[in-house]
Design a protein around this ligand. Structure first.
Ligand code: ADP
Length: 397
């Protein structure tokens, strides 16, 4: 069974075609600058060099059309005809309270997704456009929606409610939803495979540290708390997002700097985080390099980031009454030994001890804790596409 995974962003589209008989990737790629001049698809058939397809794409439907053509191309395609695509799995960012798991997409499901758009105005519309385009171009092929928020629907009420008037939760759905759920779920399931223990017996803290970053506390295999909130702005210091700040700063700044709603939103989402503190970059590689050369603000950004992650680890250990496993994943979590070391330093009191030699690793699934460490610490590369493909396979059958 071949499953096509589609992940639509506002001007981009990532895709993977996976053979679910052995979970191998047949082809993958990225369409960029959709609706903008210079749109391009970077397509890669497994085992071949990447090809660059320059073609105009006015919208996501055009992009999907080009992707489908690439997938059946005689030179760099991965299948002979579109009939060999058996199902499509779509990543959807926000499922609100409506979706606690993946679902087969029907017209009713699309309408419910549209109702969640208020909660993710930047993310859900392109996801829905991608679904509608696939429905037209690949009629009669089952499609499945996999939500970033779904894994976190198990959070207890005291974890997800905000201390605002309760009516606002009832009326507008203002509550913590959490994101990166597919990634947190994937790595926590890998923990079972690596430890030989069911994750029902384990208290796990998963650290998804990329450009966007979030931590999740997982008990009995279920998300019991997570650092992102109603939107992906809350929680850790991120590449360009501020994460937790005093909410009064918002009105203070709007007043002092005469900022509009869009301007303050842009400031907190695009100009803050480690970019805002360092003034160097949102990319941790650039910041680590600048800090190595003695840039004090770059060092401060790294220190603030590690300190925030450390505090969340402590609070989630408290929330779960302990921690057995700590996992690092995503761009920074998988690749930066120095960041992992800085985060874990001082957490020996929780039983977290990492081994410097083992920690000198990138992009591999490996244990990095000392044999004496009470808490097992792992680096586990995330694989959201595979997780989406697995759910799609199960549901499409
Ligand atoms: P997202 O999917 O949120 O865009 P990723 O999970 O791809 O993010 O992570 C991207 C980030 O990971 C980059 O911005 C960079 O800061 C960080 N990163 C990737 N590789 C390294 C590395 N070798 N050292 C330090 N940071 C890295």
């Amino acid at each position: 069974m071949n499953v096509l995974i589609i992940n639509c962003g506002s001007s981009s589209l990532k895709y993977q075609l996976i053979n679910m008989d052995d979970e191998s990737v047949l082809a993958k790629g990225l369409a960029e600058r959709i609706g903008i001049e210079g749109s391009v698809v970077k397509h890669e058939k497994t085992g071949q060099d990447k090809v660059i397809i320059n073609d105009s794409m006015a919208n996501h439907k055009d992009a999907i059309n080009i992707v489908l053509k690439a997938l059946v191309d005689s030179k760099y395609g991965a299948v002979k005809s579109l009939k060999e695509i058996d199902a499509v799995g779509h990543r959807v960012v926000h499922g609100g309270e409506k979706f606690a798991g993946s679902v087969v997409i029907t017209d009713e499901v699309v309408n419910t997704m549209k109702e969640c758009t208020d909660l993710a105005p930047l993310h859900n519309p392109p996801n829905i456009i991608g679904i509608e385009a696939c429905k037209e171009l690949l009629p009669n092929i089952p499609m499945v929606g996999v939500f970033d928020t779904a894994f976190h629907q198990t959070m207890p009420e005291e974890a997800y409610i905000y201390p605002l008037p309760y009516e606002l939760y009832q009326e507008l759905g203002i509550r913590r939803y959490g994101f990166h759920g597919t990634s947190h779920k994937y790595v926590s399931e890998r923990v079972s495979a690596l430890t030989g223990k069911s994750n029902k017996e384990l208290k796990i803290i998963t650290c998804h540290l990329g450009n966007g970053a979030s931590l999740t506390a997982i008990k009995d295999g279920q998300s019991v708390d997570t650092s992102m909130g109603m939107t992906p702005l809350e929680g850790l210091v991120m590449g360009t997002r501020c994460g937790d700040i005093d909410p009064a700063i918002v009105t203070f700044l709007m007043n002092k700097k005469n900022l509009s709603i869009q301007e303050i939103d842009n400031l907190m989402n695009k100009k803050s985080g480690v970019l805002g503190i360092s003034g160097v970059s949102s990319d941790f590689r650039d910041i680590e390099e600048a800090a190595d050369k003695g840039d004090k603000r770059a060092q401060l950004a790294l220190d603030k980031f590690a300190y925030t992650v450390k505090k969340y680890i402590g609070s989630y250990a408290a929330a779960m009454g302990g921690v057995d496993v700590l996992v690092f994943t995503a761009g920074l979590g998988e690749n930066s030994g120095p960041a992992r070391k800085q985060i874990c330093e001082g957490l020996e009191f929780l039983g977290i001890e990492i081994d410097d030699d083992k920690n000198n690793t990138r992009g591999k699934e490996v244990e990095i804790s000392k044999s004496s460490s009470k808490v097992k610490v792992f680096v586990i590369p995330t694989n959201e596409e595979l997780m989406i493909a697995r759910d799609t396979k199960t549901l499409a059958k």
